[in-house]
Design a protein around this ligand. Sequence first.
Ligand code: CUA
Length: 317
Amino acid sequence: MPPAASTISIDVDNIYYLILAVTSFFFFLVVFLLIYFIIKYRAKKPGEEGINFHGHMGLEIVWTIVPAVIFIIIAIYSAEILQKIDNVPADAMVINVTGEQFIWHFEYAADGVKSDKIMHVPLNKPIVLNIEAKDVIHSFWVPAFRIKQDALPHEQRETWFQARLTGEFPIRCAELCGPGHSQMLGTVIVETETQFAAWIQEEKEKANAQENALSDSAKRGLDVIQHQGCMGCHTIDGSKLVGPTWLGLYGKTETLDDGSQVKVDEAYILESIRDPNAKVVNAFPAIMPTFGPEKISDDQIKDVLEYIESLGTTKSK
Ligand code: CUA
């Protein structure tokens, strides 16, 4: 099992191990008795007839009452734990989580800071997550915290945790949500309260600096990109998702599936938005939806180009 990194995970593990112990004990008891009786009551000579049994009241009572008592104990114990899981502490810090094909977005409600894929949280503080989805059903799962909650379109669900260990813990999507489902990964970084506060501060400054560095047109382009959900498949930091990254994309020479090459310029990007499957870059799936003028106007495409250009240009030979 992954490390028990949240307060609730200890309770969840305890009941898991209790049920495992009880069921294992009875499994081996039944198998042992089965083998024992097979040997003991086998036909010793050919044609020998089996002994006829006529029930045993004492035995019947015992094997009804013992399991009933065990079930009641487990039911009470798990109801107590469920209660803890459902009881969100009133002073919990709020993080809004949005699942989108194929990325997790986080928004720290109190500070307005946003992050993708990586969620920072302070140690020993209750955190409540408001989870929803932008497109299809996803499921937010942090195995080390023993929490899993469906992310549904048009409906918010909540879950909470309190981290008890610092470190990095994987986030998974636990609902088959499309071709990039297996890449819908993330990380929770649990850090001390000071480290967390410093990170929030840094993100605030970074967001301001980025905002100021963009031209008005690029800012509008970024709005279009966020609105259309492009960053579910394309990154701006060089990492690879379902589609090519935009970092340094402009001016790059890409190889297509048929081995031919294309230089990424305005015309190619325009074509790839209007008719994505015309020239698909080698080793990427041809799954991008078409964005006609009713979704993105020509003017908006100019803004998008401006934004992509702002992410750096590669000089092709
Ligand atoms: Cu999102 Cu699987």
